[in-house]
Design a protein around this ligand. Structure first.
Ligand SMILES: Nc1ncnc2c1ncn2[C@@H]1O[C@H](COP(=O)(O)OP(=O)(O)OP(=O)(O)O)[C@@H](O)[C@H]1O
Ligand SMILES: O=C(O)C1=C[C@@H](O)[C@@H](O)[C@H](O)C1
Ligand SMILES: [Mg+2]
Length: 180
């Protein structure tokens, strides 16, 4: 029998471990939180594939729904507007059954989102090392919070400021950077 709110994915397609994890989730989504560049979108997609659950990237969803890039939204309306929009999008994802959600780096700083995730999801902080994040973001000019001079100093400051919030996630996962 299929539980209410469960997506119609044949259980037999899952490995025994994946089946156990999905059963333990019930209707709760897995929500990945962590710094910009920590690997939420990359690892979230892999988790979802392994568990055979739908994958949702909130940044991508916002871009699709608004027809604007995250940078444009920051530029046009500011960070506070973006966070409120992101909070509404996150809140809308809790009624659909188990999914894997990659959030934007700053979403967990928004009290309403953090509380909701804490109450209704299994949150995982991707605790990627600061040096790895710096290396990944060094040449990425598309990030609204890192624009202007001294992006490395900004990343380090954000990391320090946001870490106590990420530490409130239910689980911590330190991904090993893969090299090809
Ligand atoms: N485990 C890994 N090993 C090597 N490279 C990785 C790993 N995880 C992610 N990356 C790379 O790091 C970059 C950032 O990853 P990703 O976009 O998944 O981060 P994110 O946490 O979703 O960032 P954002 O908050 O900006 O959405 C990408 O170029 C991705 O290919
Ligand atoms: O790329 C960026 O600088 C950001 C994108 C969004 O995910 C935001 O959640 C984050 O705070 C900043
Ligand atoms: Mg992402």
């Amino acid at each position: 029998m299929q539980a209410v709110g469960q997506p119609s994915i044949p259980d037999t397609a899952r490995s025994p471990v994946a089946r156990e994890i999905v059963a333990a989730l019930g209707v709760r989504p897995i929500v990945l939180v962590g710094m910009p560049g920590a690997g939420k979108s990359t690892i979230g997609r892999l988790f979802a594939k392994r568990l055979r659950l739908p994958f949702i990237d909130t940044d991508k969803k916002i871009e699709k729904e608004t027809g604007r890039s995250i940078s444009q939204i920051f530029e046009l309306y500011g960070e506070e507007y973006f966070r409120a929009l992101e909070a509404r999008v996150i809140a809308g994802l809790f009624e659909t059954g188990p999914v894997v959600i990659a959030t934007g780096g700053g979403s967990f700083m928004h009290e309403q989102s953090r509380r909701l995730i804490g109450k209704k999801a299994v949150s995982i902080w991707l605790d990627t090392k600061l040096e790895v994040i710096e290396k990944r973001l060094r040449n990425d000019m598309s990030r609204p919070l890192l624009r202007g001079p001294n992006p490395e100093q900004k990343i380090a400051r954000l990391f320090k400021e946001w870490k106590p919030f990420y530490e409130q996630a239910e689980l911590i996962f330190a991904p090993v950077p893969q090299t090809r």
